[in-house]
Ligand binder design. Structure first.
Ligand code: ZN
Ligand code: ZN
Length: 144
């Protein structure tokens, strides 16, 4: 499955099965994406291949370590590596033909915006589950 930024300079390919999605409703993700939450998934780094445009990627890292990679030309968030782990975070909205995808988790529901209406599907977490638990949930084969 392929994904592109808004201006299409940056393109990447995901090999293997695309996992299930989660939405993070925390204040950082709100600023990063400009909306109530971001919708994304996490895959092993080896399953992401850059097709073109890597030279357009800009990176911003907050003092806390929160990181946002984005296209320097159009501003779309793009996949970024997780700290000290062989995984990458991928924003779901960049994918083309993503009909089969499904949201299974909502993170940081406890600090969501007052105007945020959370969809009915998916497990809600007040903050965040353990990383291993989240990975297992996103990559589970069962239909939830
Ligand atoms: Zn772009
Ligand atoms: Zn967040």
């Amino acid at each position: 499955m392929r994904g592109k930024c808004l201006c299409e300079k940056i393109e990447f390919e995901i090999t293997g099965t695309v996992p299930k999605l989660y939405q993070c409703h925390c204040s950082l993700c709100r600023k990063q994406g400009g909306s109530a939450s971001n919708t994304s998934f996490i895959i092993e780094a080896k399953n992401l291949r850059w097709v073109c445009g890597q030279e357009y990627i800009s990176s911003y890292v907050k003092d806390t370590g929160f990181r946002s990679d984005f296209c320097a030309k159009c501003g779309s968030p793009v996949p970024n590596p997780l700290r000290n782990m062989p995984y990458v975070w991928v924003p779901a909205g960049l994918l083309d033909d993503a009909d089969q995808l499904k949201i299974v988790a909502h993170l940081h529901v406890g600090s969501r915006a007052s105007w945020d209406t959370i969809s009915a599907q998916g497990t809600r977490y007040d903050t965040m589950p353990k990383f291993a638990e989240l990975i297992e949930l996103l990559h589970s084969k069962t239909k939830t």
